[in-house]
Write a protein that binds this ligand. Structure first.
Ligand SMILES: NC(=O)c1ccc[n+]([C@@H]2O[C@H](COP(=O)([O-])OP(=O)(O)OC[C@H]3O[C@@H](n4cnc5c(N)ncnc54)[C@H](O)[C@@H]3O)[C@@H](O)[C@H]2O)c1
Length: 259
């Protein structure tokens, strides 16, 4: 049954104390920043990534929060099932899921390869949807939760060389709406964040060049974003203060997509 939230009880500090967050792609870039900010706001963290992050483990534990590392490939159904089981068993429940694992290979449509299409769909779309389905079922059983999908401005507007990436992110935005529609009644909120270019290893790989400088001039705010700006948005969506946000796609792009 859906639980009524008493509006007067909302914590205006966007505190995440007592909550357990599973974050995919937590070893680098945006996911790492989200995991660190969540720990500062009081959440325990399960990090799911291809790579281990000793830096993140130390960071979370030093702030007195619990930490679980699940290393594995999100394209594997078995790995997802094992990760969700391990995270549920370790903490008793999962309150927040952030789907941040992603790849960012860009190619012109006429030069596109099956490898990039298949990998992009498997990680950026299917991996995130499978995680949402698996974790979402535990959230429904436990009375609610917040799922946050890191999509992209490329899922909202068309960009050069973004056939696979943009299509996967557009799919993720639509999956966000579908799940929000079906699970709102269970107090499971599903929202997306769609950033512009963010200065991470992935962002720098694709945009630290002349094309990036030209792109910046088309952004009304005339700059790219920082991982911490995406993390702040995720903290808000994860917190009880965002309890009426469901099915939203928060576009964090300095105004690039408004025109
Ligand atoms: N950086 C940008 O400009 C930007 C803009 C919009 C959206 N995004 C999205 O934000 C998310 C994070 O991007 P980032 O810039 O921090 O990238 P990043 O490369 O710094 O981090 C991505 C993380 O995902 C992990 N990962 C990749 N494939 C995986 C797999 N198969 N299984 C498990 N983990 C896997 C990587 O190991 C890495 O730690 C991605 O979904 C990306 O599409 C990034």
């Amino acid at each position: 049954m859906a639980q009524e939230i008493n509006f007067s009880e909302i914590n205006e500090d966007f505190n995440l104390e007592g909550k357990h967050a599973v974050i995919t792609g937590a070893s680098s870039g945006i996911g790492l920043e989200i995991a660190q900010m969540f720990a500062r706001k009081g959440a325990d963290v399960t990090a799911f990534d291809l790579e281990d992050s000793v830096e993140l483990e130390e960071y979370v534990r030093n702030r007195g929060r619990k930490f679980l590392s699940c290393t594995g490939d999100i394209t594997s159904k078995e790995v997802i099932a094992d990760t969700v089981e391990a995270a549920s068993n370790a903490f008793g429940k999962i309150d927040i899921l952030v789907n941040c694992a992603g790849v960012g290979y860009l190619e012109l449509a006429e030069d596109s390869t099956e490898h990039v299409w298949d990998l992009t769909m498997a990680v950026n779309l299917t991996g995130a949807v499978r995680m949402s389905l698996s974790v979402g079922k535990t959230m429904i059983k436990n009375g609610g939760g917040s799922i946050i999908n890191i999509a992209s401005q490329a899922g909202v507007v068309a960009l050069e060389r973004h056939l696979a990436y943009g299509t996967a992110k557009a799919g993720l935005i639509q999956a966000t709406k579908q799940l929000a529609l079906e699970w709102g009644k269970y107090n499971v909120r599903v929202n997306a964040i769609s950033p512009t270019i963010i200065l991470t290893p992935m962002g720098s790989m694709n945009w630290n060049n002349e094309e990036g400088e030209a792109f910046k001039q088309m952004i009304p705010s005339r700059r790219f974003g920082y991982p911490r700006e995406v993390a702040a948005c995720a903290v808000y969506l994860a917190s009880d203060a965002a309890s009426l946000f469901n099915g939203a796609n928060l576009i964090l792009d300095g105004g690039y997509t408004i025109a």
